[in-house]
Design a protein around this ligand. Structure first.
Ligand code: PMV
Length: 313
């Protein structure tokens, strides 16, 4: 029996970095997906994943299944991606989640979405050691999600496709590295942990401000108050600049978008590269795309609010 599944990539809308420190974020699943096909074969484990950057996520998923459910070794796995891993759309989490659903079907385990999320988050932590799990949640549940660190809360935000223009900066971000280096600034070595001593630190204040933005954005997205959502994106970007995770290129692309009439713009994800997103009314889309290209960005055409992990025919 051959099982085929797919899971979507994601874009962070609000709350990156703060979400690592027990705060909420809003993430949306994108229409570009990763497909996984699995079948049992005699002999050894075989994997064919030409576009997936890091096959460790597939290997680790299989290892976790073997330990937990005593599944076998004789597997042939093929993956295929609609998008380049370089964009920062979360190809690792998408391939992990799609593999988990495929294994669940292949071995008749009937895992719930909650189980799929938990296993996916475990795999991601085993490999990267850091991360909030927001990307695993987007790949699992799809749609647009209000998410609290580690999946303590996962709530759908009822919106339709949000009119975003997405610009790729041309630089691949190293998310775990950026998250770890910010962690060192937030809780410098020698201090016991992120905690009471840091309550009043610059970073705690920034994370609290980001939280207010996320809470406000959650309501304004539902009300389709795009003007306000755009403003909140600008504020969020300014706070990310204060965290020193933005780059000149991302700043330039965001400025260009706002200059061309966007409601707002911000970097999306860890920073240091990857993509920026800008919110726009339909009539200004072309202008905005041109402005972002002029600032050196590459326009990526994907829809958002896409379906979560699913079985394919
Ligand atoms: O770089 P991305 O798109 O994977 O986003 C990282 C978002 C962070 O909040 C910085 C990390 C995390 O795991 O939440």
């Amino acid at each position: 029996m051959r099982i085929k599944t797919s899971a979507p990539g994601k874009l962070m809308l609000f709350g990156e970095h703060a979400v690592v420190y027990n705060r909420p974020c809003i993430v949306t699943a994108v229409s570009s997906r990763i497909q996984v096909a699995i079948e049992q074969t005699p002999g050894r484990f075989k994997i064919d994943a030409p576009q997936v950057k890091d096959v460790r996520f597939v290997e680790e998923t299989i290892r976790v299944f073997k330990n937990k459910f005593k599944t076998g070794n004789g597997l042939s796995i093929k993956t295929q991606s609609d998008f380049s891993y370089q964009y920062g759309f979360g190809s690792s989490s998408a391939v992990t989640v799609a593999t988990i659903l495929a294994m669940s079907k292949l071995y008749h385990l009937n895992l719930s979405l909650k189980n799929i999320f938990s296993l996916g988050y475990q795999v991601a932590l085993n490999i990267q050691g850091v991360g909030s799990g927001f990307d695993i949640a987007a790949a699992t549940y799809g749609g647009t999600i209000y998410f609290l660190t580690g999946g303590k809360k996962i709530e759908p935000v009822p919106v339709k496709n949000i009119n975003l223009v997405i610009g790729y900066s041309g630089v691949k971000a190293d998310t775990p590295k950026i998250v770890k280096s910010l962690k060192l600034k937030v809780s410098p070595k020698g201090r016991s942990s992120y905690g009471r001593k840091n309550q009043k630190s610059k970073y705690v204040k920034i994370f609290n401000q980001i939280t207010e933005i996320v809470e406000d954005a959650k309501k304004k997205l539902v009300n389709k108050n795009w003007q306000r959502v755009g403003k909140l994106m600008n504020y969020n970007h300014q706070l990310l600049q204060k965290l020193e995770v933005s780059t000149e290129k991302l700043d330039k692309m965001c400025q260009a978008a706002v200059g061309a009439g966007a409601y707002g713009a911000k970097l999306s994800g860890a920073g240091g590269g990857d993509c920026m997103i800008s919110l726009v009314s339909k009539d200004k889309r072309n202008l905005l795309e041109q402005a972002i290209e002029k600032a050196g960005g590459q326009i990526i055409n994907v829809d958002n609010n896409a379906e979560g992990v699913k079985t394919e025919n």
